[in-house]
Design a protein around this ligand. Structure first.
Ligand code: NAD
Length: 499
């Protein structure tokens, strides 16, 4: 069995705590690797190395830092197949989807190649007599990222791309459930020319996370994971004086108006609800049909389309989706499905009994479809994070708009319609951070930014894009004058003003 190592100071470092987590092969259910869980002294070592490395990294001019990003992007492309296979073997998503995971992170690296331009400050000549003002963005020092299992390549790169390009050193604490790809990314960054110690991977669990949040040298922490944990991480980090951003869970709605192109809508819904076995924070697990006729037509088409889905091992090129991450998560999804049945929703398709021949120990679930799901049901109010799609029926546009707006989560939402006026009004009024109009998974491109509202995101700055650079830098503003010498021309005991 493989044993993973931390990646500290540019080299693999064996875990010393004696505590380990297990990485499964979700296709078979077997444990395939052990991951060390760091304790305080191991974290202290990584932070100390990072602190030293950061001082000289911040002195490297931004164009040279960008060149490391360019080279890293090239290496990601060279190693795409290898990374995708590794990712898929630990996560369980199919290979093409694993490539998408890497590619979406790579696109943030591309954005980070523009860091010289992004760090350029502002300048005012003659803000007062002989006075100029300029501002610049400076790195924070040692910063950290704590990431979830479901995007083991993309989300680390969302964070360390802008952070490192801006001149920070980074401690990555990836999910302990699929931690191999994050280590490979750090190795490739070193190969791309990043000095040792600037990017460190420290594996761990809750205890490690709390040690990061309390560590006096760590200046900012970016977190992505489930909402209860995001909220407590946000609070603990803030208490310890850190700049924090914490993205949480989701329950994204797809609103279908009566004029939508139903064939395209169903194709989009199926991909967005069941892709990656529903383990995406931008999955579309709720579909809100406006009008009974829309709901009935939609249901009929969804049932037919679900019948054609192929669940398979993650390496199967024909499979639409693979297993979920752990047996525990599979059982949790099944409990959510049962809750829906007990609460009176109609379980139209039950995927709980699904078994893949030859892979009976794998963490597979077939697609599930509910109809007549209602607000107030636990199965609706909570995130399930599995291959479960829920149909809700409403009569009016206004009722459809209220559902995602009132939900505790506000990550993504999509409206399917041909009516531009309705779509425009929906996008303006809905209380959700990322909106799609006939786009099922509206994850913003790398030069915009990613962030949900309400319990999907704690903090004010989004992930990546200009917000990412802002999060990992601080503004310094300099007001200067160069008196010519001679007599003192002014002295004031009054606060300087521009009167
Ligand atoms: P998780 O909350 O269980 O874990 C996230 C990270 O927190 C991991 O690194 C984990 O080791 C750590 N952690 C676990 N328990 C902790 C605790 N008690 N205290 C401190 N840290 C702890 O999330 P997950 O299951 O890995 O990922 C799935 C969740 O992430 C879903 O809720 C999904 O919606 C969410 N997610 C959100 C976004 C987003 O951008 N909004 C993106 C991807 C995933």
């Amino acid at each position: 069995m493989r044993t993973l190592h931390h990646f500290i100071g540019g080299r693999q470092v064996a875990g010393a705590s004696g505590h380990f987590g297990e990485i499964f092969d979700p296709n078979t259910g077997a444990v395939q690797a052990r991951v060390p869980l760091a304790r305080q002294d191991e974290l202290d070592q990584a932070v100390a190395d990072a602190e030293i490395a950061q001082r000289s990294w911040a002195q490297v001019n931004p164009q040279r830092r960008a060149r490391v990003m360019f080279e890293f992007k090239r290496l990601l492309e060279v190693h795409m197949e290898e990374l995708a296979k590794l990712l898929s073997s630990e996560h369980g998503k199919v290979i093409d989807d694993a490539k998408g995971d890497i590619q979406r992170g790579l696109e943030v690296i591309e954005f980070s190649c523009g860091i010289p331009h992004l760090l350029k400050g502002e300048y005012t000549q003659g803000a007062g007599p002989g006075i100029d003002v300029f501002s610049a963005r400076q790195p924070l020092g040692v910063v950290a990222g704590i990431t979830p299992f479901n995007f083991p390549a993309m989300i680390p790169m969302w964070m360390f791309g802008p952070a490192i390009a801006s001149g920070n050193a980074f401690i990555l604490k990836p999910s302990e459930r699929d931690a191999s790809v994050p280590v490979r990314l750090a190795e490739l960054m070193l190969e791309a020319g990043l000095p040792a110690g600037v990017l460190n991977v420290v594996h761990g669990d809750k205890e490690t996370v709390e040690a990061i949040l309390r560590h006096p040298t760590v200046k900012a922490v970016s977190f992505v994971g489930s909402s209860d944990i995001a909220q407590s991480v946000y609070a603990l980090g803030s208490q310890h004086g850190k700049r924090m951003q914490a993205m949480g869970g989701a329950k994204n709605h797809g609103i279908v108006l009566p004029d939508a192109d139903l064939d395209q809508t169903v194709a989009d819904l199926i991909g967005a609800a069941y892709g990656s076995a529903g383990e995406r924070c931008m999955a579309l697990p709720v579909v809100v049909a406006v009008g009974e006729a829309t709901a009935n037509a939609l249901r009929e088409r969804l049932v037919a389309a679900i019948g054609k889905l192929r669940v398979g091992v993650s390496g199967d090129p024909q499979a639409h989706f693979g297993p979920v991450i752990t047996a525990e998560h599979k059982a949790r999804i099944a409990r959510h499905v049962q809750a829906g049945v007990d609460e009176g929703a109609e379980l139209v398709i039950d995927g709980r009994g699904f078994e893949l021949a030859g892979h009976e120990g794998g963490f597979f679930l077939g697609p599930c479809l509910f109809d007549h799901v209602k607000p107030g049901m636990k199965t609706y109010e909570e995130e399930i994070f599995g291959p479960v799609l829920q149909i809700m029926r409403v009569e009016t546009f206004e009722q459809a708009l209220q559902l995602p707006s009132r939900h505790q989560y506000g990550n993504g939402v999509t409206i399917f319609t041909r009516n531009g006026d309705a779509a425009r009004e929906f996008a303006e009024r809905v209380e959700v951070g990322m909106v799609g109009i006939n786009v099922p998974i509206p994850v913003p491109v790398a030069y915009h930014s990613f962030g949900g509202w309400k319990r999907s995101g704690f903090g004010d700055l989004n992930q990546y894009g200009v917000d990412g650079v802002r999060f990992f830098t601080r503004t310094k503003t300099v007001t200067q004058r160069w008196p010519r010498g001679g007599a003192v021309s002014d002295q004031s005991f009054v606060i300087p003003t521009m009167r």
